[in-house]
Design a protein around this ligand. Structure first.
Ligand SMILES: Cc1ncc(CN)c(N)n1
Length: 224
């Protein structure tokens, strides 16, 4: 059990090998042992800054798709965590490496990046909050799982700031909140036994596609 909720655990199991390929990608293992080349890391961070811009918009769409005050509060909390806490990590590391915030904002978006965020946004535009959260979950909880594992298994401090952000209480709390939100949203829309709903298979497919797009994102990071 992940500690990030019931639906997440079930969807992650349904994603099978793709989940392992995402959370144990060679890029991740390079962060763990410090062998990831710095140019690949900075290239990834620049793309990830662009990613987080669109991803924050997708979470803002979750506010639009909310049906209760509790859902709105949870979605707003995640938008704030992304914009006020996760994006500043990228700004800080890039600034220290001589990449200004203007240059960061002007980063040309790679196709793998564009494909992922537009897939998530489309899931939200064409569906309801359950569809949107199924597409958002691999991103939030995947990095939570990666951060937690690397926090205990890392053998180098080269990428300690990055690992510390995702292993930290703040990010782990955001994963727990997103997991609780996913569970509640599914129960509200699909019923208490949401995994028996006719919608469940499609939601798991959405989760799996987002997981595959995460694998592509890491792969892109290895090819500056
Ligand atoms: C591509 C990607 N996926 C997930 C995360 C974690 N929010 C991220 N920063 N970037």
């Amino acid at each position: 059990m992940s500690g990030y909720g019931t639906a997440f655990d079930l969807m992650r199991d349904q994603a099978g090998d793709a989940w392992r390929d995402y959370t144990r990608h060679p890029f991740v293992e390079g962060l763990k042992d410090g062998t990831l080349p710095q140019d690949a890391f900075l290239h990834y961070l620049r793309q990830d800054y662009v990613f987080l811009t669109h991803f924050s918009r997708a979470w803002a769409l979750a506010v639009v798709k909310s049906e209760t005050h509790a859902e709105m509060l949870a979605a707003v909390g995640t938008v704030n965590a992304l914009v006020a806490r996760e994006m500043p990590l990228h700004i800080g590391i890039c600034e220290a490496a001589g990449i200004s915030q203007d240059a960061l904002f002007a980063t040309k978006e790679r196709a793998e990046n564009l494909a992922y965020t537009r897939f998530v946004l489309e899931a939200g535009y064409s569906g309801d909050l359950a569809d949107l959260l199924a597409a958002l979950a691999p991103c939030v909880m995947g990095y939570g799982e990666i951060g937690r594992r690397l926090g205990t298994e890392k053998t180098s401090d080269t990428y300690a700031d990055w690992i510390g952000t995702y292993a930290g209480a703040d990010y782990q709390g955001a994963c727990k909140a997103a997991g609780d939100m996913l569970d509640a949203a599914l129960r509200r829309r699909l019923g208490p036994d949401f995994q028996t709903s006719p919608r469940w298979t499609r939601l798991c497919q959405t989760f799996r596609t987002a997981t595959e797009l995460e694998i592509n994102f890491w792969q892109m990071g290895l090819t500056p």
